[in-house]
Ligand binder design. Sequence first.
Ligand code: ATP
Ligand code: MG
Length: 262
Amino acid sequence: MEILAIANQKGGVGKTTTAVNLAACLAAKRKRVLLIDLDPQGNATTGTGLEKNALAYTMADILLDDVALKEAIVRSPAGFDVIGANRELAGMDITLMGQVNSHELLKTAIAAGDTLETYHYVIIDCAPSLNLLTVNAMVATDGVIIPMQCEYYALEGLADLSQTIDRLKELNERLHIRGVVRTLFDSRNTLANDVSNELDAHFGAIMYKTVIPRNVRLAEAPAHGMTILDYEKSSKGAQAYQRLANEVIAQTRQLASTANKP
Ligand code: ATP
Ligand code: MG
């Protein structure tokens, strides 16, 4: 079982689109997947076809009311398991202010049972800020996948983000950047190409080879409560997320083989 958080403090960079469609593509490759929505916007929840305000339990019940993880797991219309979120998760920072262990509530919930051991991948969709929810994800996760748009401030943003992640290693020694995935990429845009090349030059070791193109089908799918595989499997967007899933699976194999070496 591997936990991967999809995070970037910047809004609208394709975190949720990546979380939902990576989860779908991993599930399509016969991996057992759990998607955890850790954003009060609940976009990952609705993106898998669930009605975010009709769930018996959500992440808010787990983090604020000690409901067990397994009580909140539902099978989504997308065909994999989800723990949903909605507005009830907002204001958690204020509710938990001053509570000593507020940054490790998710980690504690995961450790409280062996519920997650049945999954190959647990994917966490984070909110666009470094709030208490995102810190909880960073403390509980194995690695972080960073979706990134190739625009002027991308390099600076990535340098900042990797510094932040380094600092959070104090709370979680396993924490590392699993990979950076270029999203919303427009190959006709000269600046985007330049920035993409710069990212390869400076951060080559952590850049995924797969680049997710700007593809209108990816933007349309959530409006129908569908992943890209169910909405339009032949689209460029679906093909790209399938390649990304292959890269993630290959990384897992690589990590397992190095861990097993004496
Ligand atoms: P937030 O920070 O608000 O959580 P986010 O980082 O999760 O945003 P998304 O919600 O995934 O970003 O994407 C932002 C918008 O861009 C959405 O409308 C989404 O449908 C669209 N979008 C994401 N990726 C693509 C893509 N590759 N091609 C076209 N549209 C995309
Ligand atoms: Mg999002």
